[in-house]
Design a protein around this ligand. Structure first.
Ligand SMILES: CC(C)(COP(=O)(O)OP(=O)(O)OC[C@H]1O[C@@H](n2cnc3c(N)ncnc32)[C@H](O)[C@@H]1OP(=O)(O)O)[C@@H](O)C(=O)NCCC(=O)NCCS
Length: 132
C-alpha cells in the first residue's frame, strides 16, 4: 500500500460516490448531480490515492484568510486507521493557511475520532439545518 496525496487531482463523481458509499459517509450519493455541485463549488479538495484508486478525500470550502469548512472527510474501509484521515485534515489546515480555522460537523460515530486527529470540540456552534 503506497498512498500519495494531492491538492490538484480531480476524482470523478463515480470515484467519489464509490468512496462515500463504501465508507458509509452519509451524503446524497443517489443524486450524482448534487454531489457534482458540491464538488464544483468547493475550493479545497485534498485527495489520497493508491495509484488510481481514490482512498480518501477531504472536501473543504475556504476563504483562505479566516475560515475553512471541512464538509466531507472519508477514507476507504480497507485503508482506515492507517493515518490517512489525520493526514487529510493536516493537509487541509496547512493549505487553508495560518489565518484560517478549520470547522466541521461530526457524524455520531466520529465524535471520538476528531480529538485524536488534533481537533478541539467547541460549545459555541450554531446551525440552520438544510430543508432536504
Ligand atoms: C472517520 C474516518 C475519516 C477516520 O479516518 P482514518 O484514516 O481511519 O483515521 P486515522 O487513521 O487518521 O486515525 C487516527 C486515530 O483515530 C483513531 N480512529 C479512527 N477512526 C476512529 C473513530 N471512528 N472513532 C474513534 N477513533 C478513531 C485511529 O485508531 C487512530 O488512533 P491512534 O492515533 O491512536 O492510532 C474514517 O474512519 C471514515 O472515513 N469513516 C467513515 C466516514 C465518516 O464517518 N467520516 C467522518 C464524517 S464526520
Amino acid at each position: 500500500m503506497h498512498v500519495t496525496y494531492s491538492f490538484d487531482r480531480k476524482p470523478s463523481i463515480t470515484q467519489i460516490i464509490a468512496l462515500y458509499d463504501s465508507s458509509g459517509l452519509p451524503r446524497p450519493t443517489n443524486d450524482p448531480e448534487r454531489i457534482q455541485k458540491m464538488y464544483d463549488h468547493s475550493n479545497l479538495i485534498v485527495t489520497a490515492w493508491d495509484q488510481d484508486f481514490l482512498v480518501g478525500v477531504s472536501r473543504c470550502i475556504t476563504d483562505w484568510a479566516w475560515s475553512c469548512y471541512l464538509a466531507d472527510l472519508a477514507v476507504s474501509p480497507e485503508y482506515q486507521k492507517t493515518g490517512i484521515g489525520k493526514k487529510l485534515i493536516e493537509l487541509s489546515k496547512e493549505k487553508a493557511g495560518l489565518h484560517s480555522m478549520v470547522l466541521l460537523l461530526s457524524v455520531p460515530t466520529a465524535m471520538e475520532y476528531y480529538p485524536k486527529a488534533g481537533m478541539k470540540k467547541v460549545e459555541n456552534g450554531f446551525i440552520i439545518h438544510r430543508d432536504c
